[in-house]
Design a protein around this ligand. Structure first.
Ligand SMILES: Nc1ncnc2c1ncn2[C@@H]1O[C@H](COP(=O)(O)OP(=O)(O)OP(=O)(O)O)[C@@H](O)[C@H]1O
Ligand SMILES: O=C(CO)[C@H](O)[C@H](O)COP(=O)(O)O
Length: 408
């Protein structure tokens, strides 16, 4: 009996109906039903016909968030801030591959899209392509698996092992409440993009990326300055062609630039950070400073906020980004005392906090994370709170929908 190559795993709290061209075999496996097609049937034209498995998720609803950025641009730090907003620690799957890239907490599962590399390190070298090149990635599988998870179906996701550079045996991923897909290409493939309920792009300018890379790869990983420069240069053409263009699709972009408060600064320590928020996105209303829609420039330094050189400057206002209407909140400079952030927080509106001072509390909780004293940490925290709000709105609207249908 030939086993059809198409199979799916289905979590037990879902309802499935199966129509098959021939016999379908299903069995219980790791707490999941596994459906196999047991034979291929040839259609009149000679191609193989497909097995249709229609499943509806039980009461689970997965909200899907996309986070795009180049390597070393703060995705992991952002993820740690985001999962902290939902409470609970994020950990790799228990008892699984120690080199798994997945992080699971009560509410969230973060999967790294490097796991969809179709070519391993040697394969890329042989073919002369980088990991940023779409030819080194399996977008069909990415789409199928994100779609399955979104509809409540568990998947066996491959693992790209960053230690060995090989593709390891897959790991089982169950549909979470919130699925975050982070990596190089969450918005590259239109089909995957359409599955996202919210998307973020971390746009780190070349100068800052270079400074961060030096800090991490030289200080922590022992790489030489020349090798860091060479690796950035080697990735740049593919970064420009395949990664950077995704920012036009993002609902929120965190742009990190050198400061304008120090003339000709080239140290990259003081940062100007812009939070670009699209208008008209369902379940998302941009944060504003003082007065929604106005153009504001604010220097908060003085009696209530301690600032040393070069100070802090906030700006806010409407703008356009890739032809779309956006609101932009900008912070240039860095905080001296994080506890005084409450003063800034009290002047921001639409933060989606659950209590007064929640942004400041989150920032103080993770004061040791990179960027906690500047706009990168502040805006990542704010986006985390907006995602919590978006999740709550989506689940509330889905719960309300059947009730309304019954009433009608
Ligand atoms: N906001 C920040 N301010 C200063 N440095 C930062 C900031 N965010 C990240 N970095 C620097 O960049 C490094 C990489 O950050 P992080 O691990 O979060 O990035 P990543 O995108 O997940 O990287 P990779 O994809 O390579 O794993 C940090 O070790 C730190 O040196
Ligand atoms: O751009 C990257 C995303 O993190 C990595 O460079 C890519 O995944 C290739 O991995 P490795 O460096 O292990 O060969």
């Amino acid at each position: 009996m030939a086993v059809c190559p198409v199979y799916t795993t289905q979590s037990l709290n879902s309802t499935c109906s199966i129509s098959t061209p021939s016999k379908t075999h299903f069995s219980s496996h790791h707490n999941h039903l596994v459906f196999y097609r047991t034979s291929k049937r040839t259609s009149k034209r000679g191609g193989s016909s497909s097995c249709v498995i229609t499943c509806s998720a039980g009461d689970s609803q997965t909200v899907v968030i996309g986070l795009a950025a180049d390597s070393g641009c703060g995705k992991s730090t952002f993820m740690r801030r985001l999962t902290s907003v939902f409470g609970g620690a994020a950990e790799p799957p228990k008892g699984g591959n120690p080199d798994s890239n997945t992080l699971i907490s009560d509410m969230t599962t973060v999967i790294c899209l490097d796991d969809y590399h179709s070519l391993d390190r040697t394969g890329r070298k042989e073919k002369g392509v980088t990991a940023l090149d779409p030819r080194a990635n399996d977008f069909d599988l990415m789409y199928e698996q994100v779609k399955a998870l979104k509809s409540g179906i568990a998947v066996d996701k491959p693992i790209y092992n960053h230690v060995s550079g090989l593709l390891d045996p897959p790991e089982l991923i169950k549909p979470p409440k919130i699925l975050v897909i982070e990596g190089l290409h969450p918005m590259f493939d239109e089909r995957v993009r359409d599955l996202l309920d919210f998307s973020i792009y971390l746009d780190i300018s070349n100068e800052v990326k270079f400074a961060w890379k030096i800090q991490r790869d030289m200080a922590e990983r022992g790489h030489s300055l020349e090798s860091i420069k060479a690796s950035i240069e080697a990735r740049k053409p593919d970064f420009d062609a395949f990664i950077d263009p995704q920012k036009q699709y993002a609902d929120a972009v965190i742009e990190v630039l050198p400061t304008q408060l120090i003339p000709d600064d080239n140290e990259g320590k003081v940062l100007r950070v812009r939070l670009i928020m699209k208008e008209g996105v369902e379940h998302f209303s941009p944060v504003y400073l003082f007065d929604e829609g106005s153009t504001i420039s604010w220097i908060p330094c003085g009696r209530k906020l301690t600032c040393s050189y070069p100070g802090i400057k906030f700006s806010y206002g409407p703008d356009t980004y890739f032809g779309r209407e956006v609101s932009v909140l900008e912070m240039d400079g860095q905080f001296d005392r994080l506890d005084e952030l409450i003063y800034v927080e009290s002047h921001l509106s639409n933060l989606s906090t659950k209590f007064y001072g929640e942004v400041t509390q989150q920032m103080l909780k993770h004061a040791d994370f990179p960027g906690s004293n500047n706009g990168t940490g502040l805006f990542q925290t704010i986006v985390g709170l907006k995602i919590r709000d978006l999740y709550e709105q989506i689940t509330a609207s889905k719960t309300a929908a059947p009730l309304q249908a019954t009433k009608a």
